[in-house]
Design a protein around this ligand. Structure first.
Ligand SMILES: Cc1ncc(COP(=O)(O)O)c(C=O)c1O
Length: 427
């Protein structure tokens, strides 16, 4: 595994370049380990990352969203509506399952699975879609747009729109529409219009570009439901908060089952929403936290989506964060076998947690993820999503260094039904 290391000076230079500052305007970047993880600040920065890098026309739109979200998150009526939908419609709380066969297979630490695959629609994404649709309603928006890679966020958004009777348009890359056809059919069945994106790599990055273009064109009536902890402030904070129910539940459940907190948390990282949802409620605890990116064919192959491992700071889709881009700032094409991790960026909070060394980031290849799909299916009778399989695959690396009295919680972010086409081809 190769890490991109920066000295404080290099990091400052990179961030100032990304912000377009010239040398007389440069800001000093704080590269000290942070003692507080209570982020972001009022301007939407997690340490040095985040912000609101959007076209002028969207500034009032994101500001209005921020004002409304800050009110809603303190409003007992809003919270009651959100949590009751999570209970009655999504099926929360999800289980924390002890993976006894997988634990016996490695003969080391005890492995628990946080079962987001059991959520309605089959992945964690619905927690956030429900939260954002309630906000859209509160703001009187009538038209919902979303981007999707693996289709799970698109399905979650289409589901929420059907439930609330709102118009729904989902942008999806042409390549992803082929590899996640089942999810395209599901979205259409629920009444969403799926718009095929033929530009660039025809994957998640390009779908997001098109969604932002639509948003800029229709800022008045349109609410953009972003599907991960990415985008301009307040999205990274808001999406994290809508997913923190994962970690809040896991914390309570492990205390009930084991009488103590886990030693490790493990989750896959695309944009990073399932990971932040699990990590955030443990961020100030003495728990080792590990995020796993998609290495694709390998981090040095040129066909990878390992953004933290291979990227440098830059601006994409409204925020400053680690990014796969070349010396001229051109975004590089990401590659992963899993459509949901096939993205050249990452949420700004992850960049902050990486720089401050609170979270360790590693990556596994497409082949390792496929092996993990087989392992979990055979050992536990649970077919994981290809995205989730990246977290499972890291067990091969970490288990030899654990001991029988330790505990690991893995976020099982989604089920693998949507991936059966790709899985069958690779078996
Ligand atoms: C099941 C599943 N897990 C993980 C992800 C990655 O997204 P994030 O990193 O935002 O959790 C996706 C994205 O579509 C997904 O469908």
């Amino acid at each position: 595994m190769s890490h991109t290391e920066f000295s404080g000076y290099d990091l400052t230079k990179k961030i100032n370049q990304a912000k377009g500052f010239n040398s007389s305007e440069t800001i000093m970047v704080d590269t000290e380990v942070k003692t507080t993880y209570d982020q972001p600040n009022a301007k939407g920065y997690f340490g040095n990352y985040g912000g609101k890098f959007v076209p002028e026309i969207l500034i009032p739109v994101v500001q209005a969203l921020e004002v409304e979200y800050l009110k809603a998150k303190e409003d007992p009526e809003f919270l009651e509506q959100y949590h009751s939908l999570l209970d009655e419609y999504v099926g929360r709380p999800t289980k924390l399952t002890f993976a006894d066969k997988l634990t016996a297979h490695y003969g080391k630490a005890k492995i628990y699975l946080k079962r987001e695959d059991l959520c309605h629609t089959g992945a964690h994404k619905i927690n956030n879609a429900i939260g954002q649709i309630l906000l859209a309603q509160r703001m009187g928006k009538t038209r919902i747009i979303a981007e999707t890679g693996a289709g799970q966020h698109g399905v979650a958004t289409a589901t929420a729109c059907a439930k609330f009777g709102l118009e729904c348009i989902v942008y999806m890359g042409a390549e992803d529409m082929v590899r996640q056809k089942l999810n395209v059919d599901r979205m259409q069945l629920m009444g969403a219009e799926v718009r095929c994106v033929e530009s660039g790599s025809k994957t998640l990055k390009d779908a997001t570009n098109e969604a932002i273009r639509d948003w800029v064109t229709n800022p008045e009536n349109t609410f953009y439901i972003i599907g991960s902890v990415v985008g301009p402030h307040p999205y990274p904070m808001m999406v994290r908060n809508f997913h923190r129910v994962i970690g809040d539940e896991a914390r309570k459940q492990i205390l009930e089952k084991e009488g103590r907190l886990p030693d490790y948390l493990l989750a896959c990282v695309g944009g990073g929403s399932n990971a932040m949802g699990l990590f955030y409620p443990f961020i100030n605890d003495d728990v080792k936290i590990i995020g796993i990116e998609a290495a694709g064919y390998g981090v040095d192959s040129g066909k990878t989506a390992a953004t933290i491992t291979k990227g440098t700071p830059g601006i994409l889709h409204g925020s400053l964060s680690y990014l796969l881009h070349d010396k001229n700032g051109q975004i590089e094409l990401a590659h992963s076998i899993s459509a949901g991790l096939d993205y050249p960026g990452i949420g700004p909070e992850h960049s902050f947690l990486y720089d401050s060394k609170r979270v360790e980031y590693n990556s596994v290849t497409d082949d390792e993820a496929m092996e993990a799909v087989k392992l979990l299916s055979k050992k536990e009778g649970i077919i994981p999503a290809l995205e989730t399989a990246h977290a499972i695959a890291w067990l091969e690396h970490m288990m030899p260094n654990t001991s029988e009295d330790e505990i690991i919680i893995i976020n099982l972010s989604g089920r693998g039904d949507k991936d059966m086409g790709t899985i069958s081809e690779n078996l």
